[in-house]
Ligand binder design. Structure first.
Ligand SMILES: [Fe+2]
Length: 182
């Protein structure tokens, strides 16, 4: 292992993040208009995924489908813009249809963000999006330089078992709007 990598791991262990980050929760794709159903069909042809949730995100002009393999995680989330002005479509015009983010379940998102900010990590929004009363809190990091995908931190509360609330997902998508225009 390179010394650079060893240093990252050492730094990470010291930060306390190890105990706060649990597992990969969902993988989110953004695809060009008209490609959401073909993407689902292709994946469901290769693997026994089942469709279990659909959301229309009005403020972001997008539609999102979630598919699940048995009862396992990560869930696959596929979003498609509904018109040319959609944040999702603009992103895909720039980067193509691709993985947009990997979301990791965490124990204390406020603490995770505090630690990461102190380590110089940047986010697409100033603070965490969502609330305990809504059952979910989420935040996006700025994209990783090489692969250009985002890391999402997600924390759920109570019996909430979704991947976002409609208000959250709109705010999250809007927080990435600048990335499509960059
Ligand atoms: Fe997500």
């Amino acid at each position: 292992m390179s010394n650079d990598l060893k240093q990252v791991i050492e730094n990470y262990n010291e930060s306390g993040l190890n105990k706060l980050i649990v597992k990969l929760d969902h993988v989110a794709y953004r695809v060009k208009m008209g490609e959401r159903i073909p993407t689902m069909q292709a994946m469901m042809n290769l693997l026994p995924y089942r469709e279990f949730k659909n959301f229309k995100i009005l403020r972001a002009n997008a539609i999102t489908t979630c598919i699940k393999l048995h009862d396992t995680s990560p869930v696959i989330v596929i979003s498609e813009g509904l018109n040319e002005d959609s944040i999702v479509e603009k992103y895909c015009q720039k980067y193509g249809s691709r993985v947009h983010h990997l979301a990791y379940l965490v124990k204390d998102i406020v603490k995770v963000v505090e630690i990461q900010k102190s380590r110089g990590v940047q986010f697409t929004s100033d603070g965490v999006i969502g609330s305990e009363s809504e059952g979910i809190k989420q935040i996006f990091t700025m994209p990783i330089g090489t692969t250009n995908h985002i890391i999402e931190y997600i924390q759920r509360f109570g019996d909430f078992d979704g991947f976002f609330t409609l208000n959250n997902v709109e705010n999250l998508m809007i927080s990435t709007a600048k990335l499509g225009k960059a």
